[in-house]
Structure formats: structure tokens, C-alpha cells
Ligand binder design. Structure first.
Ligand code: SF4
Length: 300
């Protein structure tokens, strides 16, 4: 990337909704794209109405310049928005090189990725990005059930998800995968849980985050719900789904989280070590021996 010189700015150039994973709360949020290049998943309202675009190099450089002066205590960078990995390889590499050069105290760069953006990068390109700081990718799997993946318009099959997830890991990049409890509704809950366990086991990521579906007004799924075509799970059905999913998931040493604010029962399990203990904890909650988070405290 050829960056031009510019005057020092005293703010970051944020546009639209800035969304980042909870674990990137203390990171420098460097917005290199606006919106999401897919923007078609039926449950997602994150970037509705936002036209996807890559921000100009001059603006990105200006934000790196701001971080060079004002973010010297933040050791991590998160590249926003929806799927920053979609940025063409040479350009993305140029941004990482600038981060390396100007923010040498940064130890890890992270970004959201989806199947499409991972497909667009070769293994060697991903390795090169990893060498220059890209240390973690956050990927929304949502479900490993092909019927549900199609229904929610995720744009990828479970096989493609497995291939792309494995590719990121083979490049040395850590993977944090998000799955959505309740996304298959009542009728496919069990299949969703078992198939998601199958795909997670095949990818074997470092982190899994299980979030509980919350309906967002304006999304196609919200409309289906309003028209009686989609049914939300009750808290105990949600827990049963989580239990089946964890039982079906075999990771070599991954951390399975279900402690997002939207979840009824916070779980943090190192698999396989904590599997039996976690399944017993869910059983206790199902038996009413542990209080679940009240509905009014569930918020994204
Ligand atoms: S879920 Fe992810 S890929 Fe799908 S529209 Fe939302 S941000 Fe884009």
C-alpha cells in the first residue's frame, strides 16, 4: 500500500455501527471497512442499511497515526467492520505492515472473517498475514446444520465452514467461532446442536462462543417470528440445546464459552477436561437447582 503524507488528526474516523467481540474490549478499534460484504443473514441486523465499502488508505493511515500517539497502552488491534478479512490481500498486508511499523507495541491483530473472505485468501496469503500480526479471526458459524445454514442464508455449507476454518488454523491463526443457540427454532433444535458439535469438532478452534439468539426488529427472521413461522426456544429448551451441543463437541484444548450477556446460564469450559462437569451443571440448572438469568437481565 502506498500511503500519502497527511496532517495529524485528533480523532478516529468511525462510521456507522462499530461492533467488536467482547474479548476485544480493550483493543484499538481500527475501522478499515464499513458494513458487511454479505449483509444477508436473516437474523442479523448489525449493518442493515449500510453499503459495504473499504475505507480509503489515507483515512486508515490517519487512524493508525492517531493510535501511534494516543493508544500506546493498548496491546491489541481489532480491524472493524463485519468481515475485514475481505480486503484484498496486498491492501490488507499493507495495513498490517503499517501497524507493525507504527505501533510496534501491538502484539496481536484480530478481525471478523466469514467463509467467503477466507475462500478469497490462499493458505500462503493467510500465513503471510499471520507472520505480520494477524493472530486471531472471529468467524460466525451459527450452526453446523446444513438445512438451517441455508434457511438463515449464511452463504456457506457446513463442509465449506470446516474447510475454511481448518485453513485459518493451518495458517497459524487462532480461531474464535460463534454459534447461536435457538437459531434453528424448535423443530430442528436437536439436529442443530448435534451438527454444530460435529462441525466444531472437525475445525477444532481455540475458542467457541455460544450466544443466545435475540430477535432484531427489521430482520427477515423477526418477520418470520411475527408471522408465526419461527418459534423461539424456552429457557429450558435452550439449555437442552446447549447440553447436546457440548456433548457432541470434542476439542483438543479449546475453550467453550456461553457467558455472553444474552445467555441464561454462564458457562466457561475447557474441553475436553471440563465436559462432564459442565454437562452436570446444565443438568442441575434444568432440575431447577441453579437460578437462570432473569429475562430482564438478558441484553446484548
Ligand atoms: S451475520 Fe456476519 S456475515 Fe452475516 S450479515 Fe451479519 S455481519 Fe454479515
Amino acid at each position: 500500500m502506498n500511503f500519502i503524507s497527511f496532517e495529524r488528526t485528533i480523532h478516529m474516523h468511525y462510521e456507522g455501527n462499530i461492533i467488536r467481540p467482547p474479548s476485544e474490549a480493550n483493543s484499538i478499534l481500527l475501522q478499515i471497512t464499513v458494513g458487511c460484504s454479505r449483509n444477508k443473514c436473516t437474523f442479523c441486523g448489525a449493518y442493515k442499511g449500510e453499503r459495504f465499502r473499504i475505507k480509503p488508505d489515507s483515512v486508515i493511515l490517519s487512524d493508525i497515526d492517531f493510535a501511534e500517539t494516543y493508544c500506546r497502552r493498548q496491546r491489541r488491534v481489532f480491524l472493524c467492520d463485519g468481515d475485514a478479512l475481505i480486503v484484498p490481500h496486498k491492501r490488507l498486508l499493507g495495513i498490517l505492515l503499517e501497524i507493525e511499523r507504527r505501533l510496534p507495541w501491538v502484539t496481536r491483530v484480530g478481525a471478523y472473517a466469514n467463509c467467503k473472505s477466507l475462500k478469497m485468501k490462499t493458505l500462503d496469503e493467510l500465513k503471510e498475514l499471520n507472520t505480520h500480526g494477524l493472530g486471531i479471526l472471529y468467524m460466525g458459524l451459527e450452526t453446523g446444520d446444513d438445512v438451517t445454514l441455508k434457511k438463515i442464508n449464511k452463504g456457506a455449507t457446513s463442509q465449506e465452514m470446516i474447510q475454511m476454518g481448518k485453513k485459518a488454523r493451518a495458517a497459524g491463526i487462532k480461531l474464535s467461532i460463534t454459534v447461536l443457540l435457538g437459531i434453528a427454532g424448535k423443530s430442528r433444535s436437536d439436529m442443530h446442536a448435534r451438527e454444530t458439535g460435529r462441525v466444531l469438532t472437525a475445525i477444532d478452534p481455540e475458542y467457541v462462543g455460544a450466544l443466545t439468539l435475540m430477535l432484531i426488529p427489521g430482520t427477515p427472521l423477526y418477520q418470520d417470528y411475527g408471522e408465526g413461522k419461527f418459534f423461539l426456544l424456552e429457557p429450558d429448551e435452550m439449555l437442552n440445546e446447549l447440553k447436546t451441543m457440548i456433548a457432541a463437541t470434542d476439542l483438543s484444548k479449546g475453550l467453550f464459552h456461553a457467558n455472553h450477556a444474552s445467555n441464561y446460564l454462564p458457562i466457561r469450559a475447557r474441553l475436553p477436561k471440563d465436559k462432564a462437569k459442565t454437562l452436570s451443571l446444565i443438568d442441575e440448572a434444568l432440575a431447577g437447582k441453579i437460578d437462570l438469568k432473569p429475562e430482564f437481565l438478558r441484553a446484548l
